[in-house]
Design a protein around this ligand. Structure first.
Ligand SMILES: Nc1ncnc2c1ncn2[C@@H]1O[C@H](COP(=O)(O)OP(=O)(O)OP(=O)(O)O)[C@@H](O)[C@H]1O
Ligand SMILES: [Mg+2]
Length: 255
C-alpha cells in the first residue's frame, strides 16, 4: 500500500546552513510514525516544512513532500490553505498559543468546519458536540461557549485535538503534543491519541523528544540528529536492535 505521506531528499537551509539534510521517510496509512531526536535536531522544522509554515528565513532547497500522491511543494499558497486543516490536522505544543484568546472555543472549532466543509449550522453544532465527546470533554455546550483561558491546560489540549480532527484529515501532525502538561495529563492525552488513532484509523506523524512516548504510540520510528536521519524502521526493531550510537544513547536515557 502507498504511504499517506512520503518525504524524499528534503533539504532545508537557513543562511546557507543546512538544517535538514537529505531527509526521507514515510507515514503509512492508518499508522503512526514517530520523529524523535534531541532539541534542535530539526523536528519542528520538518513539521513546518510539510505544512509550508516555515519562518521566511528558512528555505526548502529541494525535495518532495508527497501527501496522497500530491507533491505539496508544487502547490501554491491558496492551495496549501485548503490542505492545512482539511487534509492535514495539526496539534502543537502549547494550546494557549494555538487558540485565539479573544474568541470562544466553539467559534474556533467551527472555523475549521465552515472553511473546509459544506455542513449547515445545526449540523456543525452537532458535529462539534460529537467531537468534544470523542476527545473526552464533558458538557460540550459549556466548552463551546468557553474562552480558552477558562479551560485547564489538559482541556485546552483536548479541544485542540478536536479542532485538529474536525474536518477528518488524512494525516495528523502532533509536535510535542504533551510537553506543556504535567506527567499524569501527558499519559491521558497519549491514551486519547491512541484511542482516536484506532477508532478513526488516523495516520499520524508524532514529533517528540520522548522515546517512551514514541514506543507507546508508534509503528515506525525515525531518529533524527542534527537534521539527518541516523536510523529508521519498525518501532520494535529500533528499540530492541538499535544500530546507531545516537539511538543507543537515546534509548539508554529513556530506560
Ligand atoms: N528562524 C530560524 N533562524 C535560524 N535558525 C533556526 C530558525 N528556526 C530554527 N532554526 C534552527 O534550526 C534547527 C532546528 O530547530 P527545530 O526547532 O526544528 O528543532 P527541534 O528538533 O524541533 O527542537 P526542540 O526539541 O527544541 O523543539 C536549530 O538549530 C535551530 O537553531
Ligand atoms: Mg521543536
Amino acid at each position: 500500500m502507498k504511504p499517506i505521506l512520503h518525504i524524499q531528499n528534503l533539504n532545508v537551509s537557513v543562511a546557507n546552513r543546512l538544517l535538514i539534510n537529505n531527509l526521507g521517510f514515510d507515514v503509512k496509512a492508518e499508522k503512526v510514525t514517530a520523529l524523535v531526536g534531541g532539541s534542535g535536531s530539526g523536528k519542528t522544522t520538518i513539521g513546518l516544512s510539510i505544512l509550508q509554515l516555515l519562518n521566511p528565513a528558512l528555505k526548502i532547497q529541494s525535495g518532495k513532500i508527497i501527501l496522497s500522491g500530491v507533491n505539496l511543494l508544487s502547490l501554491a499558497e491558496h492551495q496549501m490553505r485548503l490542505v492545512r486543516g482539511k487534509d492535514i490536522g495539526m496539534v502543537f505544543q502549547e494550546p494557549l498559543h494555538a487558540f485565539n484568546p479573544l474568541f470562544q472555543i466553539g467559534f474556533q472549532i467551527d472555523e475549521v468546519l465552515r472553511y473546509h466543509t459544506q455542513l449547515d449550522h445545526p449540523t456543525r453544532i452537532k458535529r462539534m458536540q460529537e467531537l468534544l465527546d470523542l476527545v473526552g470533554l464533558p458538557d460540550p455546550e459549556r466548552i463551546l461557549r468557553s474562552y480558552p483561558h477558562q479551560l485547564s491546560g489538559g482541556m485546552r489540549q483536548r479541544a485542540m485535538i478536536a479542532q485538529a480532527i474536525a474536518a477528518g484529515p488524512k494525516l495528523l501532525i502532533a509536535d510535542e503534543p504533551t510537553s506543556s502538561l504535567d506527567v499524569t495529563l501527558q499519559a491521558k492525552i497519549m491514551e486519547l491519541f491512541k484511542k482516536l488513532q484506532k477508532e478513526l484509523g488516523l495516520s499520524m506523524l508524532l514529533i517528540t523528544h520522548d522515546l517512551a512516548m514514541a514506543q507507546y504510540m508508534a509503528d515506525d520510528i525515525v531518529v533524527l540528529s542534527q537534521g539527518e536521519v541516523v536510523e529508521q524502521g519498525a518501532c520494535g526493531h529500533i528499540m530492541n536492535f538499535p544500530k546507531d550510537d545516537y539511538t543507543k544513547k537515546l534509548i539508554e536515557a529513556t530506560l
